[in-house]
Design a protein around this ligand. Sequence first.
Ligand SMILES: Cc1cc2nc3c(=O)[nH]c(=O)nc-3n(C[C@H](O)[C@H](O)[C@H](O)COP(=O)(O)OP(=O)(O)OC[C@H]3O[C@@H](n4cnc5c(N)ncnc54)[C@H](O)[C@@H]3O)c2cc1C
Length: 499
Amino acid sequence: MTDWPLKRIVIAGGGTAGWMTAAAIAKTLGHAVELTLIESDLIGTIGVGESTIPPLVTYNRLLGINEADFMRATQATFKLGIGFENWKEIGHRYFHSFGSTGKDHWSAGFQHFWLNGLERGHDEPYDDYCLELSAAYAGKFAHLPDDRMNYAYQLDSTLYAKFLRAMAEGEGTKRIEGKIAEVELEPTSGDIAALKLESGQRIEGDLFIDCTGFRALLIDGTLGSQFEDWTHWLPNDSAIAIQTRSVRPAPPYTLAIAHDSGWRWRIPLQHRTGNGIVFCSRYMDKDAALERLLGEIEGDTLTQPNVLRFKAGVRPRQWVKNCVAVGLSSGFMEPLESTSIHLIQRAVLRLIRMLPLAEVSERDILEFNDQMLQDYLQIRDFLILHYKATDRRDSEFWRYCAEMEVPDSLTQKIELFRETGRVFRRNEELFAENSWVQVMMGQGIMPRSYHPIATKLSDVEMTKLLSTIRDNVAQTVAGLPDHPAYVARYCGAASASAA
Ligand SMILES: Cc1cc2nc3c(=O)[nH]c(=O)nc-3n(C[C@H](O)[C@H](O)[C@H](O)COP(=O)(O)OP(=O)(O)OC[C@H]3O[C@@H](n4cnc5c(N)ncnc54)[C@H](O)[C@@H]3O)c2cc1C
């Protein structure tokens, strides 16, 4: 079979989701498909989304992107994790790092050995056993042999979309500027037949990808895929973003600082810093949030405040008929753990693996929707953990969070850890054991017990195990260059040095 009946793919929307989708499909399938992307400059994109997680490194590699070129083009810095301040209680901080902590045994994670070590008088912090975490706090970074340093990027999302656009167009994607005014359905099948623009132009396709952001023009507006609301677990519904001139060398991590009705972010790029406040409008109004944000950010502002409203939740059916939702059209959870761009990546790669040949298969649809929902549910639980497990009771917002009922799946994870120190990663879950352990302990959940294997070590063996890991981390970090110097050498963007 040489011909491919379903080869006209139309992407509606050209934000991060639209161009990540276009670049990946164009790169993978080349001229085997006719790829068209429609976007409207008048509508624009959401204009936020700067902090990412490590799988993006793999995504870019799959696309054959040269890392230094990409980082230069997007003014990117390296990210080793997220620093959380004021979450467990005001004045407390912890770090959720990429990578792993200590050395696991197949039967028990490192936390079991560390907990047993505490009882034997080894009271060095758990943090001291993690390379990425120690490097982050020291403000250092380098690529290490065998990818031993796990990292992601902090980037300018508008520039990332532009970079991917150039790639996708270079691989044959056709871009059409215009506003979609109507989605035309095929009367018998109910499939989407074409998109009609305000200009009157009609674009036919076989498969449509809805990347129209929160508007969800195709998947919701036309095909009626329902949105499942999760605001009772993730009550934040608003954000204000603003960019500032950087006042300090860029650290290799994102900051998430809790306040009485939500939290705020600080994301250092090469040429500027991204800031924002996330809040729950039930407990804080927009003016108070803006005042708080402006009062706490550092450096001159470079942009007007960008006010955004959102709702936490998911569309359980992200693929309906011949339309697949990718990006904000598929659902949204607040950016606390930088998971949205990652969900785009997962959807795009899954879609490519399940691309229909002659006709859309209901089995593919079921599989795709099930896998995407799994991702959403697992990330949802991880995010709720940050709110539920807290000692804060200083505001209505935190009292609500501490008292809210949480999904059984999360209760099981928390209580299992509290009782036994165990965490299990299920079904290729995005956040592995290291993430759960760091955040659970960081939020104040300390296990009451640990795996008996830790007691097998003699005192001498335990001392050696712990000190070897700590020394190794400390020596490696001492030998690393400062992050800003490394970035400047590796991928320094011209305007960054001028700024
Ligand atoms: C406050 C906040 C902070 C965030 N921070 C992060 C973060 O740190 N990390 C992270 O991973 N994610 C983050 N995100 C999520 C991230 O911004 C999005 O996942 C990402 O930008 C993808 O957006 P999108 O492309 O789906 O939608 P959009 O950027 O909204 O793009 C929609 C596209 O559709 C087009 N369009 C819409 N309607 C029409 C029409 N009628 N005709 C033609 N074109 C149309 C628009 O022109 C645009 O091109 C954040 C989100 C919010 C709200």
